[in-house]
Design a protein around this ligand. Structure first.
Ligand code: 5AD
Length: 346
């Protein structure tokens, strides 16, 4: 087993069956080895820096019906909201003052936010603040992605969710397809965005074969960023009674992903912090190097319930960024006031 971990470190990939053994292992010695190699690689690629992104959840209206997600369109209990351009701008301003140089505009697939409505918001942010803009708005047409890119958004997060078509199909209604998702990811990359993909750990029906395929897909697709976090049940969804994904598996996968992809930006996600207190700090010890504090106004933040008990006022909250800086400083990391561009080149 240890020799497989060493081979992964040397070759940055493994054949499917060998990689799957590492996905399944619970051997403490092997996990400790993966962690320390992952940390070492992260430090070589990016230094001991943690890059911050200010997350603005600006709409929880969504036309999709993903079976795991609390803001799915058929959830009648979700309290829906949209932030006005003014409120979005003041959140960006607050984030800028706190030292953030990337803002992530994240939302459901909300048809209200046409290109005509989004472009002025993007342009205004770009002309008023020295920040990079990441979008996370789900699937749109290639033309729309192009227009938003030309307006000044340079990065896009769109998790692939599962590269196994049969598994993807069990997580989504028939009109959402894996082919559509992959096409969107390819379009984004061709247009020139820095792209993030990713998946949930421990989503219903997921097997270690599925995870292994996800890891190999990530290697092949060479995204600039990868977001993974444990699945967390949401009470108003069809998956309400499924168990949450494992924090320790998520942490181990962070290390494997880091070893396979030395230059990735790898966030320790809010979902990880939700299942495990201070999970975002712990993730750094497994090779992660990004934290995305939430800067959504508190009233709306509460309503962006993609899963239950979502971490809300802890280290992942932008208003606590000083505490976050202290926590990471204690572990020898610094938080640069920096765009935090990806060093993946392709
Ligand atoms: N548990 C964990 N993660 C979730 N996401 C959506 N719903 C859940 C849930 N119940 C993730 C999806 C999505 C991202 C924004 O949040 O992977 O892409």
């Amino acid at each position: 087993m240890m020799s497989l971990a060493e081979k992964l470190y040397r070759e940055k990939t493994l054949p499917f069956e060998e990689l799957k053994i590492l996905v399944e292992t619970e051997d403490d010695g092997v996990i400790l080895y993966l962690r320390s190699r992952a940390e070492e690689i992260r430090d070589e690629s990016y230094g001991r820096n943690v890059f911050l992104r200010a997350l603005i959840e600006f709409t929880n209206w969504c036309k999709c019906d993903c079976l795991y997600c609390g803001i799915r369109c058929s959830n009648r209990h979700a309290e829906r909201y949209r932030l006005s351009p003014d409120v979005i701008l003041s959140a960006v301003e607050e984030g800028y003052k706190l030292g953030f140089r990337t803002v992530v505009l994240q939302g459901g697939e909300d048809p209200y936010f046409t290109d005509e409505r989004l472009i002025p918001i993007i342009e205004e942010i770009r002309s008023s603040f020295d920040v990079r803009i990441t979008l996370s708005l789900g699937e749109r047409s290639r033309e729309s992605y192009e227009r938003l890119y030309n307006a000044g958004a340079g990065r896009y997060l769109l998790r692939h969710e599962s590269i196994t078509a049969s598994h993807f199909a069990r997580l989504h209604p028939p009109r959402q397809t894996l082919d559509g998702r992959i096409k969107a990811l390819k379009d984004l990359k061709e247009i020139g965005y820095q792209v993030g993909c990713g998946f949930m750990v421990g989503s219903p029906f997921q097997t270690s074969d599925d995870i292994t395929r996800d890891l190999l897909f990530i290697k092949e697709f060479t995204p600039h960023m990868v977001g993974i976090g444990p699945f967390i049940a949401q009470q108003d969804t069809p998956f309400a009674s499924y168990p949450n994904g494992s924090a320790s598996l998520t942490l181990k996968l962070l290390s494997i992903i880091r070893i396979m992809n030395p230059f990735l930006l790898l966030p320790a996600t809010t979902a990880l912090a939700t299942v495990r207190g201070k999970g975002e700090i712990e993730g750094l010890g497994y090779g992660a190097n990004v934290i995305m504090p939430n800067i959504t106004p508190k009233e709306e933040r509460r309503k962006y319930r993609i899963y239950d008990d979502k971490a809300y006022g802890g280290l992942e909250a932008a208003e606590n960024v000083e505490r976050l800086k202290w926590e990471v400083g204690r572990l020898g990391y610094s938080i640069p006031v920096d765009y935090g561009d990806s060093r993946v080149v392709n």
